[in-house]
Write a protein that binds this ligand. Sequence first.
Ligand SMILES: *[C@@H]1O[C@H](CO)[C@@H](O)[C@H](O)[C@H]1NC(C)=O
Ligand SMILES: *[C@@H]1O[C@H](CO)[C@@H](O)[C@H](O)[C@H]1NC(C)=O
Ligand SMILES: *[C@@H]1O[C@H](CO)[C@@H](O)[C@H](O)[C@H]1NC(C)=O
Ligand SMILES: *[C@@H]1O[C@H](CO)[C@@H](O)[C@H](O)[C@H]1NC(C)=O
Ligand SMILES: *[C@@H]1O[C@H](CO)[C@@H](O)[C@H](O)[C@H]1NC(C)=O
Length: 488
Amino acid sequence: MFSFYTFAFVICTTFVSHSDADSIVYSITLQQYSKVEIGWTQDQVTQLIGSQGNVISQSGYGGPNTTTLQYTGSQSSSSATFYFQGSILSSKSQNGLDTTVCQITQQQYNQLEMGWTRDEVTNLVGNPGIVTSESGTGNTTNIAVQYQVAGSSYGRVSLGFLGGKLNIKYGYGFASIVNNKISFQQFSIVQVGWTQQHVIQFLGCPGTIISQSGTQDLSSQFTTIQYSGSQSSFPSIAFNFQGGKLYRKDQYEIDPRVYTMTQQQFLSIQIGWTRNQITNFVGSQGRVISEYVSGSANYTTLRYTAPGNIYGSADLNFVNETLSSKTGNGYFLNSNTINLQQYTSIQIGWTQQQVVQLLGGSGNLISQSGTVGSPNELTTIQYTGSQSSSSSATFYFQGSKLYRKSQNGLDTTVCPITQQQYNQLVIGWTRDEVTNLVGNPGIVTSESGTGNTTNINVQYQPDGKSSGSVSLGFEGGKLRSRSEYGFK
Ligand SMILES: *[C@@H]1O[C@H](CO)[C@@H](O)[C@H](O)[C@H]1NC(C)=O
Ligand SMILES: *[C@@H]1O[C@H](CO)[C@@H](O)[C@H](O)[C@H]1NC(C)=O
Ligand SMILES: *[C@@H]1O[C@H](CO)[C@@H](O)[C@H](O)[C@H]1NC(C)=O
Ligand SMILES: *[C@@H]1O[C@H](CO)[C@@H](O)[C@H](O)[C@H]1NC(C)=O
Ligand SMILES: *[C@@H]1O[C@H](CO)[C@@H](O)[C@H](O)[C@H]1NC(C)=O
């Protein structure tokens, strides 16, 4: 008997002290959350709640620091977040603190009109919904209200009110999605510039309004209507209207044809080529995944896939029918590799040629835009890490000069930081001060600029945790931002 109690006691104390050392939990109730008002000081907030909260992120770029604090609700997945500018609360949000079930039907959602007051909405729906975030005061008050879609386990509706008036509605998970089907041919006939009424009449079904924003005045309204392809129950078609006129259309899976491109063709295509030139060169016209008009220019995105390989696609972006950028992934990548030592020796300011020479290969062209050879040409190339295929290094060039580099997983040193150390960091500290406190320098994951405009990002691993990360941003040698997830 005696030994049993001793045993139980040891287990208990071990458990308690272990969880104490692991992380500090800052708790909040819905009632406390509701009492906190926009405009309060950070001191007022921490006094009311009774603890200081987790500093999820903090930054100070010349102006006043901004700080984001988070507290945990009674269920560990629920939380409240407070955002301060200087020491003044400018917005708050909650996730899961209020567990009231507030439903809305699709019919009610469809009836809501921009410009309605919160009372008008509440009267129609029959309940006030849950306020998930709030910012601003007086006529600039912005609140977000959430409802569950009746009859759907995952459907949600979000409403935004500015100065008391509905100015955005957004929803997903409606049953009507599967009933509004259109064919690829119908999609192709619809032209940018048509009125909303004309489009709906032509398609023969109203679609699902997934979002609408603006004021009561139609000319300021934006509306997005979704449809499914005739073979699909997945919403893969979207029409976007501004002031009642179609300005953009997108589709993902409804073009039944297959358009392929080889890796060699992808590499050969040059920024500045016309759509006709590319169609002739590649042998097919590509799948139009989006088309829109903005101002006097028109924009088109075409997608090609790799021959016989579903893990590769290339997107080509055109402005006025001229190629402005290209992006490849999967199959369109090649196998050049890089190690940490090579990565470290590459310096900001190097030419693209210097980088390619050092690494012995041209890497993967991730994206390219701007006129070739001009100072506004932007090129991003990526190399796979030599030790693991999930590691990589990315180089960003402007006018063929390296201005930023980043790496992911090339440096596998474990660099821990404790929650206590993280809490002690102060915006404005030098890198050396941070390194001295933490006991190790962390891993530099990205770097850009030179001299006093050097920007680096340093990453640490929350001590004793298998996931999570702490990210520190330094500018000109000084700590300018910090953020964490995973201590909780
Ligand atoms: C908000 O209120 C201020 C002062 O009360 C006023 O000057 C401003 O025009 C109002 N803005 C709007 C959008 O109503
Ligand atoms: C696109 O073409 C229109 C007229 O055809 C022209 O006014 C506009 O400047 C062009 N835009 C670009 C970005 O080339
Ligand atoms: C886009 O612009 C180009 C050149 O300005 C023009 O030839 C083409 O017809 C336009 N396409 C659409 C769909 O408006
Ligand atoms: C805010 O930033 C300044 C430097 O810009 C720093 O001295 C001050 O300690 C920072 N405040 C906090 C709470 O980190
Ligand atoms: C950075 O250095 C340049 C030139 O050395 C100088 O003109 C500028 O004032 C410096 N900026 C800061 C923020 O120290």
